[in-house]
Design a protein around this ligand. Structure first.
Ligand code: C2E
Ligand code: MG
Ligand code: MG
Ligand code: MG
Length: 281
């Protein structure tokens, strides 16, 4: 699927696209192909969730993050980085996002039923989804339906969506917090340099972007940057998650820096829910 590879490459390097280049047409073609096949993908049950563990400082399981997977009969496995932006632009993210909330809550309850105690599930939320007037109700209903407590849920938002409409965002976040739901800023440090929202919004967690974690091995400045993010989070009473931990050296450093939770390929890849069945330590 060279077209999708091309699309991804171009997503990462938008500035290199010239107005009339032939690649531009390939990018457009890949995008509309993704759009075409994504329509109805939910109904055809082509979308599923995998779950990646988050660990606490003692190495125990602190929870899992739900991550979407799409297997299209026509396109094969399409990574979220390729289809989520298309879903966002077309509005398809709304039914998909609702499904993710329902399904992740159902799964957490199902694990519990099966005797697997997973304390919390983290769910990624898209800007358009969060902007829906009934977003808080959708979440509340999902919790209620599966008999879950708010503290068993963490919503991962991004900086760019949180600074959009501060009043509406603030109101929704307060309602979610009142339910006990944790609010995490995903990919922290790469989105927007505005920090003022952190003073007023009831955010509970900073999730340091994996680029910083991976740079710990290579760039001397990375350690200081992560150190500063941890200090900022802690000063505001938040906990800090290091994501994208791939090497033992990185794990050692993020623990030393005081990140309360860690996530990454070193500790566990995203897996099918069945793989997490069984008693936890
Ligand atoms: P994210 O929320 O920041 O999720 C972390 C991504 O990093 C996941 O990629 C995960 O597989 C990957 N990852 C975890 N540990 C490591 C590591 O040690 N090394 C490396 N190189 N990567 C690691 P994935 O599953 O491809 O998802 C990419 C992005 O797509 C997510 O980034 C999130 O922004 C978005 N996404 C995924 N599922 C959903 C969803 O249900 N809803 C929404 N709105 N977005 C989603
Ligand atoms: Mg995330
Ligand atoms: Mg992230
Ligand atoms: Mg990301």
């Amino acid at each position: 699927h060279a077209d999708i590879a091309m699309y991804r490459a171009k997503q990462g390097g938008k500035n290199n696209i010239t107005f009339y280049s032939p690649e531009m047409n390939a990018v457009d073609a890949a995008r509309s192909s993704i759009e075409k096949h994504l329509r109805g993908a939910l109904e055809r049950k082509e979308l599923s969730l995998v779950y990646q563990p988050l660990h606490d400082l003692g190495g125990g399981l602190a929870g899992v993050e739900a991550l979407l997977r799409w297997h299209s009969p026509a396109l094969g496995h399409v990574p979220p980085a390729s289809f989520i932006p298309v879903a966002e632009d077309t509005g398809l993210i709304l039914p998909i996002g609702q499904h993710v909330i329902q399904e992740a809550c159902r799964q957490l309850a199902a694990w519990r039923q099966a005797g697997t105690d997973i304390a919390r599930v983290s769910i990624n939320v898209s800007p358009a989804q969060f902007a829906q007037e009934d977003f808080v109700d959708v979440v509340r209903r999902a919790l209620h339906r599966h008999r879950l407590e708010g503290r068993e849920l963490e919503l991962e938002l991004t900086e760019r969506m949180i600074i959009r409409d501060v009043d509406a965002v603030s109101r929704k976040l307060s309602e979610l917090r009142a339910l006990g739901i944790r609010i995490s800023i995903d990919d922290f440090g790469t989105g927007n340099s505005a920090l003022n929202y952190l003073m007023t919004l009831p955010v509970t967690t900073l999730k340091v972007d994996q680029a910083f974690i991976q740079a710990l091995d290579r760039q001397p400045g990375a350690y200081r940057v992560v150190q500063a993010i941890v200090a900022l989070g802690h000063a505001l009473g938040m906990d800090v998650v290091a994501e994208g931990v791939e090497t033992p050296a990185q794990l050692l450093q993020v623990r030393e820096l005081g990140c309360e939770r860690t996530q990454g390929f070193l500790l566990g890849r995203p897996v099918r829910p069945e793989a997490l069945l069984g008693p936890r330590d």
